[in-house]
Design a protein around this ligand. Structure first.
Ligand code: C2E
Ligand code: CA
Ligand code: CA
Length: 540
């Protein structure tokens, strides 16, 4: 089937009388037109009156993560990734619409199908020339988020294909005068010419981030990745070196704000970055010097008031900043390669504490937070086993808390590690439940026994919607045979509502803040069970 543009934009004619009659185009010319549509670097699709795709071109397919345009045939038009133009078409008396993405795909790189890259030297020279001519420009530095995990998961060849696809999408978002360069590994730089304001450059960068977030089909599986982008806009006196450094600083900021975003450099960022490096250095020293502390927050039975377990939470007594909560440094530890070491220390400390407390509280469960990084390491299983053996703690008294986001970072590998941990006999909980992907399909596959309802939902228990959410999580958990713990319970009212809704386990400031080992020991001793005191063991 060939489709021809036969109406000027904005006019619709169903009769075909004003348009070119379908049969009046010779076959060869029709093929040329169809070929031009297919090969066009501008992502475009033709949709019918029901907005279903009749035909898409390669650029459009690529943009939406498909290898072949035919995969999109008959599908509804995806949510546009960029501003679109719509041109009505009449072909053989039927109305269609040509949908194309505005301004996309006009760079050299896009024209060459994502391979028209300049090398590093060329990029430097072109940037220098642009600056010397006093023309406005901006430099973007891009990183694929968690690329090493992607390489580990997909293998280097597939990871490279993924990178090619992402590069082609970057090209789609740039203009003819821009230059694209693969700096090495997963690092890419883009010179944007004629962009004089931060807002202009940021708009392009944000578009790139948006396009990169569309799924990529690789070997029949759909892979979702994201990009972080640092943006530096040339000011008078800028040099290639200063632009690159500024873009790098902005890139680090984009990553530390949670990745999958673009950040424009501003001078305040430099100070932030220096501060972060200092904190990282101090944290490294504290961790290796054994100066971190592990605190414990009790988990109680809302009905009987009995203590069921404790969650280990890391603390850092900082020489000048006071006692820092995990929220203030755990992410930094994870971003700077300290996750495994932190995890080993926590495991060791916690196993020791549990061994000491078991005498008074035989069934006490120790909850440990596990980061995405740890889940990616198969050694975790052996480490857990060894530590528990050494401390003489049975595995079913350990529950590892993982977030949905951590699992989703690399589902297959996480699944293997989780299965091995489950096999070992430790319990698994989904932490911060409701804030991540909450994919039911995945939830069923994970060998988890417990959900921890995030504090934000407990906070909302005072309104109807908030109660409805918690009620539905409880319903879901019970139909999947999972236990539930509510986090961050601060008021008696929240406790009452939770009990009404059927949730009987919780932690939060209402019962206790996180306590150091000694204080927690005293707290537990004050609640020591009498020999006939019953009490509830953790279900396994
Ligand atoms: P999380 O696992 O969701 O831990 C709960 C956080 O809420 C803790 O903050 C806890 O102190 C705080 N909290 C508990 N009850 C209440 C309450 O009633 N009200 C309020 N406002 N807050 C409450 P913290 O210790 O700063 O930990 C923050 C996050 O850092 C944790 O969130 C966890 O994801 C992570 N984390 C903590 N310790 C470790 C660790 O040893 N390893 C790893 N990988 N992550 C950890
Ligand atoms: Ca937790
Ligand atoms: Ca939590």
């Amino acid at each position: 089937m060939e489709y021809r543009v036969c109406m000027p934009r904005g006019r619709i004619d169903t009769g075909g009388a004003l348009g070119v009659e379908p049969n009046s185009i010779p076959d060869e010319q029709a093929r040329v037109l169809a070929e031009a549509f297919s090969a066009s670097p501008v992502p475009a699709a033709i949709v019918d009156g029901d907005e279903l795709i009749v035909r898409a071109n390669r650029a459009f397919a690529l943009l939406h993560g498909r290898d072949h345009p035919s995969e999109l045939a008959g599908q509804p038009l995806p949510e546009p990734a960029a501003p679109i133009s719509r041109v009505p078409l009449v072909v053989a008396g039927r109305i269609y619409t040509l949908v194309s993405l505005d301004g996309a795909g006009t760079s050299d790189a896009a024209r060459a199908g994502g391979s028209g890259l300049v090398d590093r030297d060329q990029l430097m020279q072109e940037t220098e020339r642009t600056l010397a001519d006093g023309r406005s420009c901006a430099l973007l530095v891009l990183h694929v988020d968690r690329f090493s995990t992607i390489v580990d998961t997909l293998g280097p060849a597939e990871a490279d294909r993924l990178l090619e696809t992402l590069l082609a999408r970057v090209a789609l978002a740039t203009r003819a005068q821009d230059a694209l360069c693969r700096l090495g590994g997963d690092e890419v730089a883009v010179l944007l010419r004629h962009r004089s304001t931060a807002a202009d450059a940021l708009a392009t960068a944000q578009w790139i981030v948006r396009l990169a977030g569309e799924p990529v089909e690789l070997d029949g599986r759909s892979v979702v990745t994201s990009l972080s982008v640092g943006v530096a806009v040339a000011n008078p006196g800028a040099s290639v070196g200063s632009l690159l450094r500024e873009a790098d600083v902005a890139l680090s900021e984009a990553k530390s704000r949670g990745r999958n975003r673009a950040v424009v450099f501003d001078p305040a960022l430099r100070a932030v970055l220096e501060e972060r490096s200092r904190l990282e250095y101090e944290l490294r020293l504290a961790l290796s010097g054994g100066r971190l502390e592990l605190y414990y927050q009790p988990e109680v039975d809302l009905v009987t008031g009995e203590v069921l377990g404790v969650e280990a939470l890391a603390r850092w007594p900082h020489p000048s900043r006071g006692l820092l909560s995990a929220g203030a440094f755990v992410e930094l530890a994870e971003q700077t390669g300290m996750a495994a070491e932190l995890g080993r220390w926590v495991l060791d400390e916690a196993a020791g504490a549990l061994a000491a407390w078991r005498e008074a509280h035989p069934g006490l469960v120790m909850y440990l937070n596990v980061s995405a990084m740890q889940l990616g390491q198969p050694e975790l299983v052996a480490e857990v086993r060894r530590t528990l053996d050494q401390a003489g703690v049975p595995p079913h008294q350990i529950c590892l808390e993982i977030t949905e986001t951590a699992v989703m970072t690399d589902v297959d590998r996480s699944m293997r590690v989780l299965a091995a941990l489950h096999e070992l006999g430790v319990d698994l909980a989904i932490d911060d439940f409701g804030t991540g992907f909450s994919s039911l399909a995945h939830l069923k596959r994970f060998p988890v026994q417990l959900l921890k309802i995030d504090r934000s939902f407990v906070d909302d228990l005072d309104d109807d919607d908030g109660r409805a959410i918690v009620a539905s999580v409880l319903g879901l958990a019970s139909s999947l045979g999972l236990e539930v713990i509510a986090e961050g319970v601060e008021t008696g009212e929240q406790r009452r509502i939770l009990v009404d809704l059927g949730c009987s386990r919780a932690q939060g400031h209402l019962f206790s803040v996180a306590l150091d080992r000694e204080s927690c020991g005293r707290w537990l001793a004050a609640r020591r069970r009498t020999p006939d005191g019953g009490g509830r063991d953790h279900p396994s």
